[in-house]
Design a protein around this ligand. Structure first.
Ligand SMILES: C[S@@+](CC[C@H](N)C(=O)[O-])C[C@H]1O[C@@H](n2cnc3c(N)ncnc32)[C@H](O)[C@@H]1O
Length: 226
């Protein structure tokens, strides 16, 4: 494990399977579809470093792959918010194994129902979709999904980002099911992955003075005197 962590920190390319083998088998099995792939995390980390982001919240942090890998590649302090307590436990174990638990913590709770920590940046990878793990895990977590819940979560995210301070960055991988408020401008885009990766930044309200038009009318010659 120390060898893998050192390789990631040193910028070497690590195979997906080399990282995933530190996940419990049932979470490893769904990794390709449910957790952010390592090349995407590397790009996210490069953007966070370029933007000088110090704090990040992963909304819907799952098994903790994005949080732990980003901690290895940046100096960010990271919080993962996850609705399933069993995934929070797995993510905490992963952070401890990679010895980044001094900068990465996980909160159990549903977005919009649990206070979301303030941060420079937020990451969302299909956070409000319906996810199936093994039957035992699903029963233990008592989490159920519905169209009404999905609509509630998407609306809560849009309202949360509308209230966020100017300068807030939002990184979406594939999206979150809604549109960010118009105050967010897309600053970076990478279309080389399975889903679109975008970085948005909240702009201040326009401070430009309203343009005033001065209309110059043609001078009218006085009528010739008769
Ligand atoms: C596609 S996974 C992404 C995991 C992680 N961000 C990553 O990239 O590796 C989305 C996660 O969001 C969680 N989730 C779903 N609805 C949520 C909600 N309302 N609040 C917090 N987490 C939620 C799911 O349980 C799932 O683990």
């Amino acid at each position: 494990m120390a060898r893998i962590a050192a390789a990631i920190r040193g910028g070497r390319v690590v195979e997906e399977s080399a990282f995933d083998r530190f996940l419990p088998p049932d979470l490893r099995r769904v990794s390709e579809d449910y957790w952010t792939p390592l090349p995407v995390v590397r790009r996210v980390a490069a953007w966070l470093r370029a933007e000088r982001v110090e704090t990040l919240v992963d909304i819907g942090s799952g098994a903790g792959k994005l949080c732990v890998m980003t901690a290895l590649l940046t100096r960010c302090r990271i919080v993962g918010l996850e609705v399933r307590p069993s995934l929070v436990a797995a993510a905490q174990a992963l952070a401890a194994r990679f010895e980044v638990d001094d900068r990465v913590r996980f909160v159990a709770g549903g977005f919009g129902r649990t206070p979301t920590p303030a941060a420079d940046a937020y990451y969302l990878f299909n956070p409000f979709g319906e996810y199936e793990f093994d039957a035992l895990l699903d029963a233990d977590d008592g989490v159920t999904f519905s169209d009404a819940q999905f609509a509630f979560d998407v609306d809560a995210a849009v309202r949360f980002f509308a209230r966020a301070p100017v300068g807030t960055r939002v990184i979406t991988y594939n999206g979150f099911g809604g549109d960010l408020p118009p105050s967010y401008e897309q600053e970076r885009l990478d279309l080389t992955f399975r889903g679109a990766l975008r970085l948005w930044k909240k702009r201040p309200p326009s401070t430009r003075p309203r343009t005033s038009f001065r209309v110059r009318l043609p001078e009218i010659e006085p009528p010739n005197e008769v």
